[in-house]
Design a protein around this ligand. Structure first.
Ligand SMILES: [Zn+2]
Length: 223
């Protein structure tokens, strides 16, 4: 019998996979998270997103980041760590920028808490030169992120970079990071985000692949 880290209900682990990786969420919470795992083309780059930016995800990420429930950092990719470790080795996870003041107030770095279990090197190459939350901006104001994000001086840039962020809405933050990296030309550049708003166009092949993965996940949870 285990206790769900989000809803605190007791639940049984019902699959052999759980012997290897005991789940942190109950099947109900896990299902509501809407795992979709899409790989899409975005301005010439491959971008992988793991969840829909749905109501449950929004509640969980708010509880984690704004209510400072640091324990929830591990719940998002918990069951997918082996896959992510294989897929992104030997990349360095380069974290989306934050402002010092936000980190001090919060007491933890959300992206480190979310992605540290993958076990790959993590680097904060970027920072914000003033407190600025993309989610609080409207319309054209969102583009101001270009003036807010800077590359930290004096750091060695890895050859294989995977940019990581928790939520992708317009993509302005990622775009800014890519523009700042262009003069340095890393050998390989990938993008991994936890959640992305639903897109209209999804390649048919990606859709079929996702359906297979969803069925497989369903079998794991429900036998
Ligand atoms: Zn639960």
């Amino acid at each position: 019998m285990r206790i769900c880290k989000y809803c605190f209900r007791h639940f049984e682990s019902i699959h052999f996979w759980h012997l290897l990786r005991p789940p942190l969420l109950c099947p109900n919470c896990y299902q509501q998270l809407e795992w979709h795992q899409r790989v899409e083309d975005w301005h010439g780059y491959k971008i992988e997103s793991l969840f829909d930016y749905g109501p449950t995800f929004q509640k969980m990420i708010y509880q984690f980041k704004s209510n400072l429930d640091v324990e929830l950092g591990s719940i998002f990719i918990d069951q997918h760590v082996p896959y992510l470790k294989l897929k992104y080795w030997p990349f360095t996870l380069v974290l989306a920028p934050t402002h010092e003041q936000d980190l001090r107030v919060r007491g933890f770095h959300p992206l480190i808490e979310i992605f540290k279990s993958i076990g790959l090197p993590m680097l904060t190459l970027f920072e914000k030169n003033r407190p600025y939350r993309q989610s609080e901006q409207r319309g054209l104001d969102r583009q101001h992120i270009k003036n807010v994000v800077v590359l930290k001086p004096g750091l060695q840039i890895p050859k294989n970079i995977c940019l990581v962020d928790d939520v992708m809405t317009t993509g302005e933050t990622l775009n800014t990071m890519i523009e700042l990296l262009k003069p340095i030309s890393p050998k390989h550049l990938k993008i991994l985000v936890l959640a992305r708003k639903k897109q209209e166009k999804i390649e048919i092949t990606t859709r079929i692949k996702n359906d297979k993965i969803r069925n497989w996940k369903h079998q794991i949870w429900h036998g």
